[in-house]
Design a protein around this ligand. Structure first.
Ligand code: PHE
Length: 387
């Protein structure tokens, strides 16, 4: 039918002859037009036009044959004409439904031949997935987190501060006056071209986490219990035990009636939580400008158990002394509180202790690593051992 030359659109004729052969002829012509039109449908819009032309209630072809054929038929042939019109109606409705189904099928075929669905056809969901290596915590970060957790469990909160610091916070407010020789104990990396600024505003890479003590006391009133992890820098040439960049964990507790006994008890507890309950602590006098009195704390060597020997060999980590130096500490110097007196830190009323330890050094000891450089030169063969 589709090959048939297109003729003028079909119109419903008025019938004069209602005999069976005449009806046959009229019905044949009508159905031929129906098939011809349906074979030309290419898309949904075509189909809608087709449907409306045949089915529209107002003046569709079905309505027209109802009017022009059935209603116009003489009474005596009405039943036969009615039967014929009903047959035609059924055929038209079927044709419209079939063409709609054809259209849906064509659309689905087009969809399934699209590249997206084709790719899915070729996807083998039984193949194993791509295994991406899981990262692991760096040993220094792991050590830091473990130590911070010990203090958090004691009620300490975590504070942080900037790595690029001013002279004021890194030195002056911690009781290192300008040109004081105590500054020489911390080989400092200074930011260039700061000479035009007043000394206290000049920038440097912080040499310890202690400036965060002052920064926090400026913001928070006593009582205070804080732990401060962070990166620090010193102008030390790298070797097995030194790195120009390393990590510290600082602590500060301020309240009324804090004593050196509290300092000792707190640190003793923390060391036993971290290294194991058999370690002992020992304190010996030291000096820091911002603590008075100051001390260095040692823990009994957890490698040789304090004997200084491993079998017949000397114990290297403790240099045969049975003790390992772990941190610096002391009671907060009243002259440090003077810098934050306005925020409630009256040295007549409150006291406190502070401590600071090297996270890298502790990680070296804990994992038995003999070169601090291994922590920072990014060799995965080394780091993979800590997964
Ligand atoms: N900030 C000191 C240092 O880096 C350590 C320290 C901290 C000492 C707090 C006493 C109290 O060497």
């Amino acid at each position: 039918m589709a090959s048939k030359k297109r003729s003028a659109p079909y119109t419903v004729p008025r019938l004069k002859d209602f005999s069976a052969p005449a009806l046959d002829k009229a019905a044949e012509k009508l159905l031929a037009a129906l098939h011809d039109e349906s074979s030309r449908i290419k898309n949904e819009a075509d189909w809608k036009t087709f449907r409306d032309r045949w089915m529209a209630r107002s003046n569709g072809i079905l309505t027209q044959i109802n009017n022009l054929w059935l209603k116009a038929a003489p009474k005596e042939v009405k039943p036969q004409v009615g039967q014929r019109v009903n047959e035609i109606k059924d055929k038209v409705e079927d044709e419209i439904q079939d063409t709609e189904l054809d259209l849906i099928r064509i659309q689905q075929e087009q969809l399934s031949s699209s590249s997206y669905v084709k790719a899915a056809d070729h996807l083998d969901i039984t193949l194993p997935g791509i295994r991406r290596p899981l990262g692991a915590e760096h040993p220094v970060i792991k050590t830091t987190n473990e130590l911070v957790a010990v203090f958090r469990n004691l009620g300490y909160s975590v504070q942080e501060g900037p790595v690029i610091e001013t002279d004021y916070y890194n030195f002056e407010s911690l009781n290192f006056p300008p040109n004081h020789p105590a500054r020489d104990t911390q080989d400092t990396l200074f930011v260039a071209r700061q000479e035009s600024k007043p000394l206290r505003d000049r920038l440097l890479l912080r040499t310890h986490t202690s400036p965060v003590q002052i920064r926090t006391m400026e913001r928070m009133k006593p009582p205070l219990r804080i732990v401060i992890p962070g990166k620090v820098h010193r102008n030390d040439p790298p070797d097995a035990t030194h790195s120009p960049m390393f990590h510290q964990i600082e602590g500060l507790a301020v309240d009324s009636n804090i004593t050196f006994g509290d300092l000792k008890g707190t640190l003793d507890h923390a060391m036993r939580m971290f290294f194991g309950s058999s370690v002992k602590t020992s304190f010996r006098p030291s000096f820091f400008p911002f603590t008075e009195p100051s001390a260095e704390m040692m823990v009994s060597c957890f490698i040789c158990g304090g004997s200084g020997k491993r079998g017949s060999e000397p114990c290297r980590p403790c240099k045969q002394t049975g003790w390992i130096e772990i941190l610096g500490c002391g009671m907060v110097d009243p002259s440090v509180f003077d810098f934050v007196k306005d925020n409630g830190y009256d040295p007549q009323k409150i006291s406190g202790f502070a401590f600071g330890m090297g996270a890298d050094r502790i990680a070296l000891l804990k994992y038995g690593v003999d070169d601090i450089q291994l922590f920072f030169n990014g060799d995965v063969r080394f780091l993979e051992q800590f997964e």
